[in-house]
Design a protein around this ligand. Structure first.
Ligand code: NAD
Ligand code: UFG
Length: 337
């Protein structure tokens, strides 16, 4: 019996594949490589010394996806596949709604049809909108500010309705805070296309000399040093949370929501200092205008994940920076062409 991993070739998916394979689980990857490359899966095989099946399939293609269910005994699913760039989602809302929602409809219809009613879904702290306070617990009010976030919230609601209609479903909704870092092997990591949107890939490219300086978006936020505060979590810790979530979904049905963060908030300036201290590299920066839509502070109360799943983050900010730097130094052009 296999676990279907959608989006398994992506940043978080590859790290999860490694953890699942190391735990002796059978996995099958489905990815259309719209934001990833097949060689990332070769690296997963290299790290684990294990083989697995992978399909180049678009979740929008129901018939091609059904073939994966016909050819394999699938018992559950970790659903990473989706488009994730906030800015792009504002420019191309239909693309985002179509890809993320229709892909999920096809997937869920097949999970239902083939009796594999267990899903772990990649949601995001973005569903908390601009939180009234921090740390954030799972019962905070939900709202979003962009089409990407809207797709996450809609999918959360769709999965809840699925369970309401058929309570054999096990749904585990993981709300990720800010995943960063890379596998300790330096073989897999985040490979953004073009100019990175997110802080850590940008810092990594500055630290390794690929870009001259970091632009810090605003220093007048209501935080300890004026720069934005986030809850950065090591991608390997995040990957491990999926294993705990699927183990629980195998035992109980229901719909559960978990914050996956460390519970600690770091500002942009804290990150610059931590990166320099952990790596010895320099990260020159300039303060520029705020980026529209950014919030002051966002960090989790991750207690529920510990209480219910027995999961908590193990890597600290130094580990995250060091591992990010190793990946970027070893792979200056990511996975290359
Ligand atoms: P990623 O882009 O690296 O991985 C997503 C993968 O899904 C890619 O390999 C892409 O090719 C694939 N994909 C996209 N649409 C597809 C489709 N229609 N059919 C088949 N494959 C498809 O992103 P990631 O950072 O690994 O994120 C994984 C999930 O976690 C996403 O759903 C994302 O929204 C969510 N998430 C990410 C973050 C983050 O900061 N990285 C934060 C919160 C939530
Ligand atoms: N920042 C900079 N300069 C940069 C990039 C970012 O100063 O070049 C700052 C931002 O203003 C923010 C912090 O660094 O204060 C983190 O920004 P990121 O873009 O790395 O992350 P966000 O918290 O804005 O967004 C991320 C994901 C979203 C997700 C959200 C909540 O990109 O998809 O976390 O989970 F919705």
């Amino acid at each position: 019996m296999a676990i279907l991993i959608t989006g398994g070739a992506g940043y978080i998916g590859t790290h999860a594949m490694v953890e699942f394979l190391n735990a002796g689980r059978e996995v099958i990857c489905v990815d259309n490589f719209s934001n990833s490359k097949p060689c990332a899966l070769e690296r997963v095989k290299q790290i684990t010394g294990k083989d697995f099946k992978s399909y180049e399939v678009d979740l929008l293609d129901y018939d091609a996806l059904e073939k994966v269910f016909v050819e394999n005994k699938i018992e559950s699913c970790i659903h990473f596949a989706g488009l994730k760039a906030v800015g792009e989602s504002c420019e191309k809302p239909l693309l985002y709604y179509h890809n993320n929602l229709t892909g999920t409809f096809n997937l869920c219809a097949l999970l239902q049809k083939y009796g594999a009613k267990k899903i772990v879904f990649s949601s995001s702290a973005t569903v908390y909108g601009k939180p009234a306070s921090v740390p954030i617990t799972e019962d905070f009010p939900l709202s979003t500010t962009n089409p990407y976030g809207e797709t996450k919230l809609m999918i959360e609601r769709i999965l809840k309705d699925l369970h309401a209609a058929d309570n054999e479903w096990s749904v585990s909704i993981l709300r990720y805070f800010n995943p960063i870092g890379a596998h300790k092997s330096g073989l897999i990591g985040e490979d953004p296309k073009g100019i990175p949107n997110n802080l850590l890939p940008y810092v990594a490219q500055v630290a390794t000399g690929k870009r001259p300086y970091l632009s810090i978006f605003g220093d007048d936020y209501n935080t300890h040093d004026g720069t934005g505060v986030r809850d950065y979590i090591h991608v390997v810790d995040l990957a491990k949370a999926h294993l705990k979530a699927i183990e629980r979904a195998e035992k109980v049905s229901g719909v559960e929501y978990f914050n996956v963060g460390t519970g600690v908030g770091y500002s942009v300036l804290d990150i610059v200092k931590a990166y320099e201290a952990a790596t010895g590299a320099k990260v020159p920066y300039k303060i520029v205008a705020r980026r529209p839509g950014d919030i002051d502070e966002c960090y989790a109360n991750p207690d529920k994940a510990y209480r219910v799943l027995g999961w908590r983050a193990e890597n600290n900010i130094e580990d995250m920076c060091r591992d990010s730097y190793r990946w970027q130094s070893n792979n200056p052009d990511g996975y290359g062409e």
